[in-house]
Design a binder for this molecule. Sequence first.
Ligand SMILES: NC(=O)c1ccc[n+]([C@@H]2O[C@H](COP(=O)([O-])OP(=O)(O)OC[C@H]3O[C@@H](n4cnc5c(N)ncnc54)[C@H](OP(=O)(O)O)[C@@H]3O)[C@@H](O)[C@H]2O)c1
Length: 90
Amino acid sequence: MTISEATVAIIGADTIGGTRAEHFAAGGRNFLLAGRDPEAAAKLAASLDGHTEAVTVDEAVGRADVLVVAVWLDDFREFIAQYGGRLAGK
Ligand SMILES: NC(=O)c1ccc[n+]([C@@H]2O[C@H](COP(=O)([O-])OP(=O)(O)OC[C@H]3O[C@@H](n4cnc5c(N)ncnc54)[C@H](OP(=O)(O)O)[C@@H]3O)[C@@H](O)[C@H]2O)c1
């Protein structure tokens, strides 16, 4: 699989995650977006010209081949504790 064929998900939809989302959309990339606040993620997704599907973190982990985790270190530790077992091969 090449990166262009991979399903990519951004986890964390604020400063860095939101900026990455805007860049991906501007580059024509389709991707999943998962934030802790689903309404905020959905609002951002709706502004990105149909490139973005807002999903839950759980769904993003399940569907994505590549995850861009844009959260702070403590939250990243929690993310790994919760989802680490499902990240093999991603
Ligand atoms: N901002 C910068 O200039 C900058 C530059 C270089 C590197 N970074 C790095 O980038 C990372 C993110 O920084 P940021 O500035 O984007 O932080 P931010 O603006 O606070 O955004 C982080 C977002 O991630 C959400 N989040 C936390 N845990 C989550 C989870 N388990 N699932 C889904 N969403 C989750 C947060 O939700 P809540 O608000 O509910 O917690 C928040 O919306 C950090 O590790 C930082 O060191 C940032």
